[in-house]
Design a protein around this ligand. Structure first.
Ligand code: CDP
Length: 225
């Protein structure tokens, strides 16, 4: 079967990465979590600033010191930042708070989207994010745009977080999801939006398997042709 590029964009906490991971496994493709890359740059910026914020100028000047890569550990893909496994720490509420500001910066976007384009050169990738179908791979063979009501997304993310160490209230999660969506959709460079040729799926009332079956069925029809 011909290898293709699959772009999954959409609002925060719509289950993009769950679907992308499962698709990559099923198809034998590489999974690229571009959100994890923006989160890793944000974590680097937070670690640079003793006051607990981000000094954007300092961060921009240090971009060439940032190396982000993915590696499987016991069958699960992990995110590494300069040799450290940051898979857990990039999900910290502090990173959630700052990531959309960092992601709005042009230098940061150029830095990461070039790497993402290189990762997809050989095709056979599933990439999820906000601008994959619009900017990073505008010619991707399969494009999806996932959406759901903010309350359902916040509820799902809140449940997920209960199982980790990062405990936030439902209201805090909801506020962050809404704030990130507004910043991501409102920024000047590579804003969050559905590509004209993307298939939009509202996952509010759908199970993970139902969404997967829909995505997978469409991909099979595309990669055969
Ligand atoms: O998992 P969730 O949907 O909550 O977020 P994520 O995919 O990990 O992305 C975190 C943040 O990174 C987003 O809110 C965006 O600000 C930024 N991002 C972006 O600007 N462009 C991308 N291609 C991916 C993420």
């Amino acid at each position: 079967m011909k290898k293709i590029i699959i772009a999954i964009d959409g609002h925060a906490a719509t289950g993009k990465s769950t679907q992308a991971k499962r698709l990559a496994k099923t198809l034998g493709y590489t999974y690229v979590d571009t959100g994890a890359m923006y989160r890793a740059v944000t974590l680097f910026g937070l670690n640079q600033d003793p006051k607990g914020g981000i000094e954007m100028n300092k961060l921009i000047q240090s971009l060439d010191q940032i190396r982000i890569y993915f590696e499987e550990v016991e069958g699960v893909q992990q995110t590494f930042l300069n040799g450290l496994n940051v898979t857990q720490s990039i999900r910290d509420p502090k990173v959630n708070e700052f990531v959309s500001q960092v992601a709005a910066n042009e230098s940061v976007r150029t830095f990461l989207s070039k790497q993402q384009q290189r990762m997809g050169e050989g095709k056979g990738v599933v990439m999820d994010g906000r601008d994959i179908g619009t900017v990073v791979f505008p010619n991707a063979e399969c494009k999806f745009f996932l959406t759901a009501s903010p309350e359902i997304r916040a509820q799902r993310r809140y449940q997920e977080q209960l199982e980790s160490n990062h405990k936030e209230s439902y209201e805090e999660v909801l506020n962050n999801v809404n704030a990130r969506d507004a910043l991501d959709a409102g920024r000047a460079i590579a804003p969050l939006r559905k590509a004209d040729d993307a298939i939009e799926i509202d996952v509010s009332e759908m199970s993970i398997t139902e969404v997967f079956d829909q995505l997978h069925g469409y991909i099979l029809s595309k990669s055969d042709s």
